[in-house]
Design a protein around this ligand. Structure first.
Ligand code: GLY
Length: 354
């Protein structure tokens, strides 16, 4: 088993091992007292059909009382309506602060259950059991939790660190190739912003053979960033490399482009923008495109860049008339460049080098 220990406001372990989902009860028993805690396991209907039973059995076997809540899959469930149903479920099951929640699933579940945990009884502990590659290497670690409101995604949220993360890479085998590739975009992001050595590994190895190591590599990079800036006021912003333009692409395509595909194209566009500003060279762009291609991710956005400008101007990462761009100057090194939104608009309305 690989263990990454995150030293944030709460210290917790991220345990990574194939087969660990069916042993989650014993792993939770190292953190919570089974005779004193009920585990409230929450999953969407797709994930519940696959993994709820083994998780419940394992928790019961370890001596925990268990209750379960299942909600419809999809981003629409990351809403205050479903959140209120979760609060009702917790109240009906007499869940108190000595108990804990279990977020079993992908990013939607982790964010939603994490936010329920952050707010129910002013904060209750929770465990993340990510079942997608993307959730395993990104959203399950670092304590960002949120729900969506009509005005925008993740606009209501809280920082609330999990008490434990149990990642079983065997769960990735039930993902479609497209959903797995979404995680690959974040994996490549980590290499680009933090580690040339990791980029070399991704350029040469068969990641399917080394999933535990790859997840641990990504989580350890996220750990280093989050430990320096838990509340996202400084260096943590580099985790948004490719995301501002990526989100804009997702939005203007009405989500026909997935999150990972958007981030992939966003990383390419911001690299081209960096070239225009003289901050990186064509060799970096070529290297990025090659590695994206290796992981079946798109690197060419054929829509109008001017369309993206408007969406970027509404990005919540904007502060006043300044937007913080995340640029990679050389593989493994990211910088935060504050830019006036009007300047960004002008650049996006012009030509970018390719
Ligand atoms: N997903 C970016 C962050 O956790 O800051």
């Amino acid at each position: 088993m690989k263990t990454v220990t995150v030293h944030a406001s709460v210290q917790y372990d991220v345990l990574i091992e194939k087969g660990s989902l069916a042993r989650c009860g014993a792993l939770c028993a190292n953190v919570f007292e089974p005779s004193k805690a009920t585990a409230a396991v929450i999953a969407d209907d797709n994930v519940a059909a696959l993994y709820l039973e083994p998780v419940v059995q394992s928790l019961k076997q370890a001596g925990f009382s268990v209750c379960t809540f299942v909600f419809p899959h999809g981003e629409d469930s990351k809403s205050h309506e479903v959140l209120l149903h979760i609060y009702d479920f917790l109240i009906q099951n007499n869940i108190t602060r000595s108990d804990f929640l279990v977020a079993l699933g992908g990013g939607v579940t982790g964010d939603l259950v994490g936010f329920a945990a952050a707010t129910y009884l002013r904060g209750i502990r929770f465990v993340q059991i990510p079942t997608t590659f993307l959730a395993a290497i990104d959203s399950s670690v670092g304590g960002k939790t949120a729900v969506n409101i009509p005005a925008g995604k993740n606009l209501i949220g809280a920082f609330h660190q999990p008490s434990l993360v149990v990642c079983d890479p065997d769960t990735f085998s039930t993902l479609t190739p497209e959903i797995f590739a979404d995680g690959c975009a974040e994996m490549i992001k980590y290499a680009m912003i933090w580690s040339e050595e990791f980029l070399q590994l991704l350029e040469s190895c068969d990641i399917q053979e080394r999933l535990e190591e790859i997840v641990a590599y990504c989580v350890d990079i996220k750990r280093q960033v989050v430990e320096q800036d838990e509340h996202d006021t400084g260096i943590r912003m580099i985790l948004n490399y490719g995301h501002t333009l990526g989100h804009a692409i997702e939005k203007v395509t009405n989500h026909a482009v997935s999150h990972g595909q958007g981030v992939a194209m966003g990383m390419v566009l911001i690299t081209r923008l960096g070239m225009k500003l003289g901050r990186c060279d064509a060799a970096l762009l070529h290297r990025l495109c090659s590695v994206l291609e290796r992981y079946h991710l798109p690197f060419h956005y054929d829509g109008a860049l001017s369309e993206l400008a408007e969406s970027c101007l509404h990005d919540k990462k904007r502060s006043g008339s300044t937007i913080r761009l995340i640029l990679v100057s050389t593989a493994g090194k990211a910088d935060i460049l504050p830019m006036d939104t009007a300047e960004l608009e002008t650049i996006l309305k012009g030509e970018l080098p390719c």
